[in-house]
Write a protein that binds this ligand. Structure first.
Ligand code: NAG
Ligand code: NAG
Ligand code: NAG
Ligand code: NAG
Ligand code: NAG
Ligand code: NAG
Ligand code: NAG
Ligand code: NAG
Ligand code: NAG
Ligand code: NAG
Ligand code: NAG
Ligand code: NAG
Length: 553
């Protein structure tokens, strides 16, 4: 949760005492906010992504509390303002999914304890051994760990870490009466991410001392008593604040071993402006994280990918799964989905990841869409070998407006990357388009320059990056992507690089060109495009409203 730096200078007076919920039954339910029933919303708007999560109405930012329960239900909580389409009035919204694409809106899960303390970002764990003592008779108790942040008359105050516990698998929570559980009298201390470390039989928290560019590592036997263990400080890009740290164990490609990943979001001050995420592969021994080298690695090369969080509950030997917020603090409060459709903010598709050592650049986070084929409605066009050619597709009949595309280039000279593959998604009604391409010298590029529904000095309109082409790839190069009405995510070489770009056309995109150029003889370009499901439309009621899980009322 971005917390403006400017506010620090005017604090002082309001943080001399800690006024945070001391009564487990206290919640502050603001005027007009539905309690114990989901916020309903209309997902039929032309700008609404259909295989991506977005809130029913209001403003959403960081993913929070991601966990998967014993039945395989995925829980997504998120920073949520149910009363406006800009950040503020922070609650934890909640949705669940069996497949990470079709989300069922649930009632708001965490409420402010009073009208001047809000629930900022954090995480959730299953306390299967009752270490907290909250769960005498169950092994599926859920504990949420989050920042209690004071905002008094619009001025940010104390930030301290609190917990809440759920007896019903994460649908409803009780505030712990002993909150806060971790308070260092700071106004810039937030975003706790907690996981269980079997090696020491302790809970571990990584938490940001945002304006000190430091991630604190704490340990606890019971989620209530926290002991400082070490700091990971001043690594990589600083920007102006560190936020939303994650520390996660994940597999290493081509081996049976695992490594640890420190994942840190920075905002403002990213190289392209605003917000971005960086990561550090390394080792963790229960108290200290040590990065393999001094390198800062950027997670996603466009401008709409921030505050990523990894799901808890997945063993480190298996690929890890994350969701990221697809926007940028430089313009998130201005995009047109607010005035025209009453919502702002969407998540990326779920991304599955592991670490791999690539030639030249070394350790790299590999991320691809999780099981995207589960969302295929049907293949709508393909070519076994496009050569120097063009594939043209009118997809106006695809009701979701969402596509997955893939191009494999094989048979290349192992030393030289030659030729180009470009794609253009266009509106037949307005002539607007987004486009991108890849190959010559390993460059991949994207442009939202020719989209007219939103413009802003910070809404940078072109992005590019250099991938790694080497003999070890057996002469192959690939690009794939998910286009979903107002968001495009691309993945180069099976996820060695990715980019997330939002855009807001004045008329729906409905035409796709995929074109190749200068493709050497004997090189094969195999292309396929699939229509994706309408994940939200299936949940609409008779009047087009998605009401969510109303069985709980
Ligand atoms: C907390 O910090 C504020 C501002 O620096 C200071 O005025 C106050 O005395 C501190 N409170 C405690 C309990 O240390
Ligand atoms: C907590 O608040 C509720 C509602 O205001 C009140 O009925 C209850 O007595 C309070 N409990 C404690 C322990 O203060
Ligand atoms: C899993 O599903 C069963 C049967 O529906 C239910 O009784 C149980 O509470 C669920 N467990 C969790 C962790 O949600
Ligand atoms: C869970 O913890 C509580 C509080 O320590 C204790 O009363 C209860 O017996 C524990 N239950 C189990 C099954 O360990
Ligand atoms: C639960 O207890 C078992 C047995 O002591 C231990 O191996 C395991 O790591 C614990 N897990 C959690 C999440 O507390
Ligand atoms: C990984 O473990 C499996 C099963 O033990 C083994 O067959 C395989 O050779 C191992 N792979 C590597 C790269 O060590
Ligand atoms: C963990 O690593 C730190 C830093 O290298 C070291 O000081 C500490 O002793 C290690 N702890 C254990 C349990 O190995
Ligand atoms: C793809 O884009 C590049 C860069 O703009 C351009 O040089 C190339 O001609 C384009 N190729 C096709 C097939 O449009
Ligand atoms: C593609 O066009 C280039 C010239 O731009 C030519 O050299 C090459 O042979 C063509 N490739 C194929 C597969 O026809
Ligand atoms: C691209 O290559 C992958 C991996 O070999 C394969 O699964 C996929 O079907 C290929 N896609 C196309 C369009 O050829
Ligand atoms: C649509 O249905 C829902 C649920 O029945 C209701 O709350 C809402 O007011 C209706 N909206 C319209 C526009 O009729
Ligand atoms: C609806 O919410 C209840 C908890 O209130 C939960 O047990 C149930 O599984 C939820 N149903 C769906 C379809 O999400």
């Amino acid at each position: 949760m971005y917390h403006s730096l400017v506010l620090i200078f005017s604090l002082g007076f309001c943080i001399s005492q800690i006024v945070i919920a001391q009564n487990a039954t206290n919640t502050y339910v603001g005027p007009g906010i539905p309690y114990a029933t989901p916020v309903s919303g209309n997902y039929g708007g032309a700008l609404r992504p259909q295989v991506h999560f977005s809130p029913p109405k209001g403003f959403m930012n960081d993913p929070n509390g991601l966990f998967v329960d014993a039945n395989g239900t995925w829980h997504l909580y998120y920073q949520y303002n149910p009363t406006d389409v800009i950040a503020g009035n922070q609650h934890w919204g909640h949705a669940t999914s069996a497949d990470l694409y079709t989300w069922i809106n649930q009632p708001i899960a965490l409420w402010p304890p009073n009208d001047f303390t809000f629930i900022y970002s954090g995480s959730a764990v299953i306390d299967s051994n009752n270490t907290s003592g909250f769960f005498p008779n169950q092994d599926n108790g859920v504990v949420a760990i989050f920042t209690l942040a004071q905002v008094i008359n619009g001025v940010g105050g104390l930030q301290a870490q609190g917990i809440a516990y759920s007896y019903d698998g994460g649908y409803s929570f009780n505030m712990y009466a002993g909150n806060p559980v971790l308070n260092i009298n700071s106004t810039q201390f937030r975003d706790p991410k907690v996981f269980w470390y079997p090696g020491t039989q302790k809970w571990i928290m990584v938490v940001s001392y945002a304006s000190d560019f430091t991630v604190g590592i704490y340990t606890s036997p019971n989620l209530k008593d926290w002991t400082h263990a070490s700091n990971f400080s001043h690594h990589g890009l600083l920007g102006l604040q560190y936020e939303c740290p994650n520390l996660v164990e994940m597999p290493v490609a081509g081996s049976n071993s695992t490594m640890w990943l420190m994942f840190i979001s920075i905002n403002p001050g990213a190289p392209l402006g605003g917000s971005i995420s960086q990561y550090f592969p390394g080792s963790f021994n229960g108290t200290h994280f040590i990065a393999v080298d001094q390198v800062s690695r950027i997670a996603d090369f466009a401008k709409d990918n921030y505050a990523g969080q990894f799901f808890s509950g997945i063993p480190g030997s298996q690929p890890q799964i994350q969701l990221d917020w697809s926007s940028n603090w430089q313009y998130t409060g201005l995009v047109p989905t607010g005035p025209t459709e009453g919502w702002r903010g969407c998540m990326t598709v779920p991304r599955e990841s592991y670490l791999e050592q690539l030639p030249s650049v070394g350790w790299t986070l590999i991320s691809v869409p999780y099981s995207i084929s589960s969302q295929f409605l049907k293949e709508i066009t393909s070519s076994d070998d496009l050569k120097n050619g063009t594939l043209l597709l009118d997809y106006s009949q695809v009701s979701s407006g969402a596509l997955y595309f893939e191009a494999n280039i094989t048979g290349l000279n192992p030393d030289i990357l030659a030729g180009t593959v470009n794609f253009t998604f266009a509106s037949s009604a307005s002539g607007e388009y987004v486009k991108g391409g890849t190959m010559v010298n390993g460059i991949t590029w994207l442009s939202r320059h020719n989209i007219r529904g939103f413009d802003n000095p910070y809404f940078t309109d072109k992005f590019s990056s250099n991938g790694i082409y080497s003999g070890s790839q057996n002469g192959s190069w690939t690009i794939s992507g998910v286009l979903d009405r107002t968001i495009l995510e691309i993945f180069v070489n099976g996820g060695q690089q990715s980019a997330t770009m939002t855009f807001y056309p004045t008329a729906p995109l409905d035409m796709l060109w995929i074109g190749t150029n200068s493709i050497p003889e004997n090189v094969r370009v195999s292309v396929a495009v699939w229509a994706l499901k309408d994940a939200w439309a299936t949940q609409e009621n008779f009047n087009g409203t998605v009401v969510g899980n109303v069985t709980s009322t």
